[in-house]
Design a protein around this ligand. Structure first.
Ligand code: NAP
Length: 303
């Protein structure tokens, strides 16, 4: 079998257009505020991408840059100030925070009305209701659902196996798959303590992998024709035909590439559908943040 490749960029573009046309009807543009503590090179890249995605479609993006030495209480006070600011539609807290700050405590200080990442207890809690569509939800989990939806396959009653049970991917995806709004699948959740992972993944008609371990899911662990959603993002060394690292002539260092958790070259011959890495789930995740922002905006204006 040759899997159909799920094109994350195409899905993202279509959603972006929907958001853009909704925004064109709005007089006052939504405002997204990002809070960053200290200088983290990885989150700098995220911030740059978030800013350009927002500005592309007419969302105002403001960065609040705070010093690395800020205390936990002072950071919570900043968050509360943004919570109260009526001009702000949504707030995103860039991770990681410095070690002296309890990230969970700060995250929980974000008002559910401004929680653009969908991670506040109130918003996560709404995922448990089958008859309520939460206005916001964790962006990566939403992206996984969009990728599945793009196949046009009915998920009702399908065997779904989720590998990884983090609170931003595995757990919310499991609840979304169970929701009657999205037509219930039959999910199994695997994690580090799961015995014989392959025995589960092999019966999955929908396989979602969100672990962060390159090469974890090999071709012989996948059911013929399955929908394979690879969430993992891993940087690994490029190898030549002999298995030796490929060296970058300019830097003298091994060349690196980004891969998922699934061995793509094997899986693509077995699966029915597959998301590539890069260009799959990750491409859709950022637009889901914008969709969440629009959801919050509509609530705030009483729509
Ligand atoms: P995480 O919080 O570290 O969670 C990883 C999960 O994998 C945990 O539930 C862990 O179980 C489980 N796990 C670890 N080893 C395992 C194994 N050998 N077999 C089965 N399960 C195992 O990670 P995350 O934030 O969910 O991210 C997962 C991956 O997705 C990372 O590569 C990350 O970079 C990527 N990601 C991508 C996007 C995107 O937009 N594409 C967004 C977010 C994250 P235990 O907790 O029991 O140890």
């Amino acid at each position: 079998m040759n899997a159909k490749v799920i094109d994350g960029n195409k899905i993202a573009d279509a959603i972006k257009q929907e958001i853009k046309s909704e925004l064109e009807k709005i007089k006052e543009k939504p405002v997204l505020v990002a809070v960053q503590v200290g200088e983290n090179p990885a989150s700098k890249v995220y911030i740059k991408n978030q800013k350009s995605s927002c500005e592309d479609i007419g969302i105002e993006y403001n960065l609040v840059q705070l010093d690395n030495s800020i205390t936990e209480d002072a950071l919570i006070a900043e968050i509360q100030k943004i919570n109260r600011d009526e001009k702000v539609t949504g707030l995103i807290l860039q991770m990681p925070l410095p070690a002296h700050i309890n990230s969970r405590k700060v995250q929980m200080a974000i008002s559910s009305q401004k929680d653009v990442e969908g991670v506040s207890p109130a918003n996560l809690g709404k995922l448990l209701y089958s008859d309520v569509k939460p206005p916001v939800a964790p962006c990566t989990a939403l992206s996984v659902m969009e990728c599945i939806k793009s196949t046009g396959e009915n998920i009702r009653g399908k065997e779904a196996v989720i590998v990884g049970h983090s609170e931003i991917v595995g757990k919310p995806v499991t609840l979304m798959l169970l929701s009657s709004l999205l037509e219930s699948a039959t999910p199994t959740v695997c994690h580090i303590a799961t015995k014989n992972l392959a025995s589960h993944t092999k019966r999955a008609e929908i396989l979602i992998v969100a672990v962060g371990k390159a090469g974890l899911i090999k071709g012989n662990m996948i059911k013929e024709g399955a929908i394979v959603i690879d969430v993992g993002i891993n940087r690994i060394q490029m190898k030549d035909e002999k298995g030796e690292p490929v060296i970058d002539e300019k830097t003298g260092k091994p060349k690196m590439k980004t891969v998922g958790d699934v061995v793509y070259e094997e899986a693509v011959n077995i699966a029915g559908y597959i998301t590539p890495v890069p260009g799959g789930v990750g491409a859709v995740t950022t637009v889901m943040l914008l969709k969440n922002l629009l959801g919050l905006y509509k609530i705030q204006i009483g729509n």
